[in-house]
Design a protein around this ligand. Structure first.
Ligand code: NAD
Length: 283
């Protein structure tokens, strides 16, 4: 392997350390950042995420308020809870774990969260601010990818970047962030023609399509930086990314592993966003 391994665990630990230092400073001024984590239903994967978010929050001096609600809860009841969290001065960040049960309109719930407390960055106002190049809260996974690109020393201005996947939570905000940093961005998706050719031209590759090792090693331009957002479980229960890691690592200058790359960054950035939300209340 010739690529430098971008150690998301280590970078996330550093980010969490910075968050802790900030919460200690805020506590000295009598302010404890608070994060409300709302889980509807018992989806096991979501329950694991929610527990690890709350645990990481507490370790960083962020108060975590857990709301685990039965899957039968009505949309109106969930909206009432969100509105009460909007009005609660001890809550600075609100996270509603997705996906929600199908009888609840996700869009309605996201739109009910106060944009000032929308630490996931999914509210249309925050999406719009990012699109205009004046971001406030940025979705945590792409924000983590940007931190890893900084770690890699990526020169983004003028670089050719490709993002594969156009979801609202990863691909689209990632493309907006790279555009704001003056990269020339291609946003590829399931209908892209000649994906291999598009990727071969790129200096920076962010793979977020959710297809195990679909991005082949020979498509990587020698020296490119590869950020692999994908989390795919093999039949044997192993986690692998969207990029054919071993072959890509022979050509890339830097690459994220799966697991241990982008994954650990997401929660760290959520806590950073929560402290930003709390700090902006006091000024
Ligand atoms: P999604 O399913 O919402 O979107 C996938 C996107 O990929 C779509 O825009 C689709 O057009 C595109 N796509 C699908 N097949 C393609 C193909 N063959 N060629 C090109 N484009 C293709 O996925 P998502 O929620 O954005 O997640 C993407 C991956 O990232 C998943 O593996 C998910 O588990 C992972 N993820 C990881 C984290 C993290 O914290 N590390 C966070 C969110 C998502």
């Amino acid at each position: 392997m010739t690529a430098r391994l971008l150690d998301g665990k280590a970078v996330a630990a550093r980010v969490r350390g910075e968050v802790l230092a900030r919460t200690v400073a805020l506590a000295a001024r009598g302010l404890v950042p608070g994060l409300a984590v709302v889980l509807v239903g018992e989806d096991p994967a979501s329950a694991v995420y929610v527990r690890s978010k709350a645990k990481a929050a507490r370790e960083c001096g962020v108060a975590a308020f857990d709301y685990t609600l039965p899957k039968e809860i009505s949309e109106a009841e969930l909206l009432t809870l969100v509105r009460s969290l909007n009005d609660d001065p001890t809550v600075h960040g609100i996270l509603v774990q997705l996906p929600l049960p199908s009888h609840i309109r996700t869009r309605k719930v996201i739109e009910a969260i106060s944009p000032e407390k929308d630490v996931d960055g999914f509210h249309p106002l925050n999406v719009g601010l990012l699109a205009q190049g004046t971001p406030r809260f940025v979705p945590c996974t792409p924000l983590g990818c940007m931190t890893l690109l900084a770690e890699a020393g990526a020169e983004l201005a003028g670089a050719r970047a490709i993002v594969i996947g156009r979801s609202n939570i990863v691909g689209k905000p990632m493309a907006a962030l790279l555009t704001a940093r003056d990269a020339t961005v291609t946003l590829a998706h399931s209908r892209t023609r000649d994906l291999a050719g598009e990727i071969l031209r790129a200096d920076v590759i962010v793979a977020a399509l959710g297809r195990a090792e679909a991005i082949r090693g020979e498509w990587i331009k020698p020296g490119a930086i590869v950020i692999d957002v994908g989390i795919n479980r093999t039949a044997e229960g192993k986690l692998i990314g969207d990029v054919e890691f071993a072959a890509a690592a022979e050509r890339a200058s830097a690459i994220t592993p799966v697991p241990g790359g982008v994954g650990p960054m997401t929660i760290a950035m959520l806590l950073a966003n929560t402290v930003d939300a709390a700090a902006s209340v006091t000024v």
